[in-house]
Design a protein around this ligand. Structure first.
Ligand code: RB5
Length: 145
């Protein structure tokens, strides 16, 4: 399974580690940058991952900034993207089961690498439950029209 990952400067260190971690876990990882921890604007990288996922190049996206909040706000502007800012593995499970989230956004400043590894692992390995939740996802898609 292909996963696209990116960050801003605040999430750069964790992005590097998470990309290695995901490759070790057997995922095909598309690292969409940045290549250094120089200051950058998070919407540029949220857009790159969101468009890659929306185009079907990757099944899921992972974005890391200081809080994860800006990345989620920006990624959710791209049609077809359901980005969830997650700071707890239980929420990673629920946002896959109920919201069919296809991008997870993480905090590189307030959540440890170990916790973010757990979050990403749960996120990428939990299925959408469908059923009554599918109707609600359709209503979210309708908001894009
Ligand atoms: C960068 O200082 C910071 O604003 C950014 O990483 C992120 O936390 C925005 O939501």
């Amino acid at each position: 399974m292909r996963v696209s990952i990116a960050s801003d400067h605040a999430g750069f260190d964790q992005k590097q580690h998470l990309a290695h971690y995901l490759r070790d876990e057997g995922f095909e990882v598309a690292d969409l940058g940045p290549a250094t921890d120089d200051r950058v604007d998070y919407p540029d990288f949220a857009r790159a991952v969101a468009e890659d996922v929306a185009a079907g190049n990757s099944r899921f996206g992972v974005l890391v900034c200081g809080t994860g909040i800006g990345m989620a706000i920006a990624a959710n502007k791209v049609p077809g993207i359901r980005a969830a800012n997650v700071i707890d593995p239980r929420f990673a499970e629920l946002t896959r089961q109920h919201n069919d989230a296809n991008v997870v956004t993480l905090s590189g400043r307030f959540v440890s690498l170990e916790d973010n590894q757990r979050i990403v692992n749960v996120f990428l390995n939990t299925a959408f439950e469908g059923g009554r939740h599918a109707d609600r996802i359709q209503k979210i898609s309708d908001l894009e029209q």
